[in-house]
Design a binder for this molecule. Structure first.
Ligand SMILES: [Zn+2]
Ligand SMILES: [Zn+2]
Ligand SMILES: [Zn+2]
Length: 351
């Protein structure tokens, strides 16, 4: 993620901010500019929801999920006919708001989804909604009492995963060291992009060589996973225990992991992080590669910085009494799979 500043007063901002804590101005993310803009309310009789950024020739409108429900902080060009921003229009079914607490869960779901959309947009990946492209588009459904999953461009998320207490309980019951809402979104997007970037393409054979044959019986793999768990030694081949279940899940877990790397490296680069330990034999990081801003970043350069950064990240978290932010160990086989994801994305959309 980029580092954002209020373009009115210079205050450092987070991607999720909707008000500048220093100057009090409203803020909105404008996807067309890939930036947060500070806004002045400038309604007219004909246009009551008109706002001006510091680019006064370009009036904006707040996403309706922002102005009406406060679950979004994005804006659209004023003449965009859609009431919703590019992220919100991807959600086809929102939680049932007549139930107490669902508005809060919806907010968390949309926050995580916007982080996903931000990175997919930066990577130049296709993002049409199912409304725009019924056969190849993407849509989200936020439902109760369903399994989180993907089918034919529809990503279904069980809204209970947005409830911290529920998710932490599941994480512990399933013995998963890493389970986050953002992780779910990234994982499910992996299934969607497998259909777009691997299936029916000349990358399919190379995919099978690394991840295995996806025609393996999925239902049998699922029931084996729940009865026996991951095979011993899975760490040598897979990024997570769940990835060991089936080639499709291996791909989705690896894809999600790659997006974790992209976002974290972009943040580290944007913050100007460098790591220079006093012991000269320890690895240093002087120039974090920014895979989003720089099209020439090699996968090897990303991996070199990544290992050192994640050690520091985990150590800082331990110092604060938290669990490791990054509870993963990457084997050479897993790194080769990550490289395949990197090549698949860059082959499709040179950054
Ligand atoms: Zn400000
Ligand atoms: Zn929105
Ligand atoms: Zn999956």
């Amino acid at each position: 993620m980029k580092v954002f500043h209020c373009d009115h007063c210079g205050q450092l901002l987070f991607f999720e901010n909707s008000v500048c804590v220093r100057c009090g101005r409203a803020l909105a993310y404008v996807l067309e500019r890939r930036d947060l803009a500070s806004l002045d309310f400038a309604p007219t009789d004909a246009a009551p929801n008109r706002w001006l950024s510091r680019f006064p020739d370009e009036p904006l409108r707040l996403c309706e999920n922002y102005s009406r429900y406060n679950v979004c902080n994005w804006a659209v060009p004023f003449d965009d006919p859609n009431a919703l921003c590019r992220a919100c229009r991807l959600t086809r079914t929102i939680p049932n708001l007549s139930r107490t607490g669902n508005d809060r869960l919806w907010y968390k779901l949309e926050v995580a989804k916007r982080r996903l959309i931000y990175t997919l947009d930066q990577l130049g990946l296709p993002l049409e909604s199912k409304h725009e492209a019924p056969d190849t588009g993407l849509t989200f459904e936020f439902l109760e009492d369903v399994l989180t999953g993907h089918a034919e461009g529809v990503i279904t998320v069980n809204i209970a995963e947005a409830d911290d207490a529920v998710r932490v309980k599941r994480r512990s019951e399933l013995n998963e060291p890493y389970r986050t809402l953002l992780g779910h979104f990234r994982h499910e997007s992996g299934h969607f992009y497998w259909d777009r970037l691997v299936k029916d393409t000349d990358r399919l054979e190379a995919f099978r060589a690394r991840f295995g044959d996806e025609r393996t019986d999925y239902a049998a793999a699922l029931s084996r996973n729940y009865s026996e768990g991951a095979p011993p030694g899975w760490q040598d081949h897979y990024v997570s225990a769940y990835a060991a279940m089936h080639p499709w899940e291996d791909w989705a877990e690896t894809w999600a992991h790659y997006l974790h790397m992209i976002d974290t490296l972009e943040t580290a680069a944007a913050c100007g992080i460098s790591i220079a330990p006093p012991r000269k034999d320890e690895p240093t990081v002087t120039d974090v590669p920014n895979p989003v801003a720089d099209s020439d970043v090699s996968f090897d350069a990303m991996m070199d910085s990544w290992t050192t950064i994640t050690y520091v990240l985990d150590n800082l978290n331990r110092g604060l009494g938290n669990d490791d932010a990054y509870p993963f160990v990457l084997s050479a086989t897993t790194v080769a799979k990550l490289r395949f994801v990197h090549e698949t994305i860059t082959a499709h959309a040179p950054p």
